[in-house]
Ligand binder design. Sequence first.
Ligand SMILES: [Fe+2]
Length: 125
Amino acid sequence: MIAVLQPDLSLLFFAQPHQDQRHAVEVASRVAPHLAEAALTHDVGKTASRLGAVQRACATIWGWARLPAKGRWRLYLDHGNIGASMLKEAHASDLAIAFAAHHPGPTPPGIDARAWQELSAADDA
Ligand SMILES: [Fe+2]
């Protein structure tokens, strides 16, 4: 399945912690093959913060409370935009870049709604 990724995108995939790689593969296994790139790379921005599971959970709650965050917590809360930038630099598809930046959320303009719904459902499963 990882063979669907171009070399630069494979590097981003394998730079993720094992639990994020496992999650990405699970998401990819639930979508059509042409959506695998977006599924496998949608959380690559989380690598920037280098937070463990407990700190991620705390940062997420912090973010839900809309409290100001700094440092690695800020990086974690911004992982969508960070991942989108990483994917853009690695020449990912527009869908993969958009899904990294805007999930979970409504389909952005210019993105195929069916593909977006399939990816979103697979990520939430
Ligand atoms: Fe996810």
